[in-house]
Design a protein around this ligand. Structure first.
Ligand code: GLC
Length: 438
């Protein structure tokens, strides 16, 4: 009988840096950057392996400069970076001894994971690797009638001779390589479980036990159990030995805070693309403006979550120009207002009409997305508990007006932002409210 018990204390210690960090960069990169129609191109277009191999023979990202990537992430205010070590197409960005289908065997000839990790660590960032549980290259992974495999509709790709346990040896062996040969990993981002392919189908208990023996502090996502759909066993109040350490809503911010059945706030991270593709897509110019992404990062934090914002580098190893601009725009705001993000979370106050509230210890951060007519009502504050109100970006005092306009609402603390109807920062003007130490 397995004696495994969930240890909440060590779990909470393990995730502490992560819930302080709040903001990270996701990177989806690989052969699919050459067809440049997103990372699912093989599956969506039913591309046979032999028609995908020219991309392998060609892959040579001559502009790949991981130090530049890491510097852009850091300057955007991100505290961690997660790179695809292997995506669903099975192509490995690292020098695995278990396959020839890897970056070191392409004209590129480089161990991209190692260079990425070195560069991110040099910038003082935490590092994570995404590893796909699916593998459309490996002969022992189910093909015909699988839900997603590119050859799922091709009877000639039947599964009689495929040995899934041999595939699991490969999967576990590669995870062991990543956990043994690349230094301290801070996050392992598995992706994804579907149908009956979940949990012990991946031999998840053995896998996580091995991972934790090699990387005892690593944080693991919930996709050995679920995908973006579903929450996982810890969230549901009955953690399994392979429970995810965080819930991973994808392309959506949960409408409300996430809590377990006992009402404990859950650790969660919303992963978001800047346009509509994880991998590089040459025609997808539907990029979210930095103003929108700033407000969505604030929304995640106000609900107790992180944001993992994705960049899909192109086949030469460059970030799309739009992504560079977006990161610069976010970084400008973060430089002035990062204190209202890092280590912050839910305030316990009602969401104000004008924006959102984040909180840390005895500080509340009122994020004003749209100005009010008249002074700003900081509903929920008790004036007796107030130490000060400051504009976070320059530290200047914000006065509390006492006049006939606010006199009708004696229980509400108002903030006077002055005569200019245009906010100091039209994207998000942050007031730092310090409460008296109790
Ligand atoms: C989905 C997609 C995958 C992407 C992941 C990011 O699982 O299948 O392509 O890597 O979302 O969360």
């Amino acid at each position: 009988m397995n004696s495994w018990q969930f240890d909440r204390k060590s779990y909470e210690k393990r995730v502490q840096w992560y819930t302080q960090a709040r903001f990270g960069m996701f990177l989806h990169w690989g052969l699919y950057a050459i067809p440049a129609r997103g990372e699912w191109v093989r599956s969506i277009e039913r591309i046979p392996k032999e028609e995908y191999m020219p991309f392998f023979r060609e892959f040579n990202p001559v502009d790949f400069d991981p130090a530049k990537w890491a510097s852009m992430a850091k300057n955007a205010g991100m505290k961690y970076m997660v790179l695809t070590a292997k995506h669903h197409d099975g192509f490995c960005l690292f020098d695995s001894a278990l396959t020839d289908f890897k970056s070191t065997n392409t004209p590129c000839g480089r161990d991209l994971v190692r260079e990425f990790l070195d560069a991110a660590r040099a910038e003082g960032l935490k590092t994570g690797l995404y590893y796909s549980l699916l593998d459309w290259y490996h002969e022992d992974y189910p093909h015909y009638k699988d839900m997603h495999h590119p050859m799922r509709e091709n009877p000639a790709c039947s599964n009689e001779k495929r040995d899934f346990s041999r595939y699991l040896d490969y999967l576990h062996g590669q995870v062991r390589e990543l956990c043994s040969n690349y230094g301290k990993l801070d996050i392992l981002w598995f992706d994804f479980s579907y149908g009956d392919m979940r949990g012990e189908k991946w031999k998840a208990e053995e896998l996580v036990s091995m991972v934790r023996s090699l990387q005892p502090d690593v944080i693991i996502d919930n996709r050995l159990e679920v995908s973006g759909e579903g929450f996982g066993s810890l969230a549901e109040g009955h953690p399994t030995p392979w429970h995810g350490d965080f819930v991973s809503p994808e392309q959506i911010i949960p409408p409300e805070e996430l809590r377990d059945p006992d009402g404990r706030p859950l650790v969660w991270e919303c992963c978001v693309t800047m346009n509509n593709n994880w991998g590089y897509h040459a025609q997808d110019h539907y990029f979210k403006p930095s103003s929108m992404l700033i407000r969505k990062l604030v929304e995640c934090v106000s609900k107790g979550g992180n944001m993992l914002l994705n960049v899909g580098p192109d086949a030469r190893g460059n970030f799309p120009e739009e992504s560079v601009r977006i990161l610069e725009g976010i970084g400008k705001w973060m430089k002035m207002n990062g204190k209202s993000i890092y280590g912050c979370g839910m305030s316990g106050l009602p969401k104000p009409d004008f924006g959102r509230i984040t909180a840390k210890d005895n500080r509340l951060y009122f994020h004003i997305f749209e100005n009010t007519i008249g002074p700003v009502p900081l509903t929920g504050l008790n004036e007796e508990e107030l130490e000060s109100i400051r504009l976070l970006s320059d530290g200047h005092e914000i006065r509390i007006p006492k006049n006939w306009i606010t006199g009708n609402y004696p229980g509400i603390v108002f903030a006077d932002l002055g005569p200019d109807p245009v906010l100091p920062d039209p994207v998000d003007t942050v007031l730092e409210v310090t409460l008296k130490e109790k």
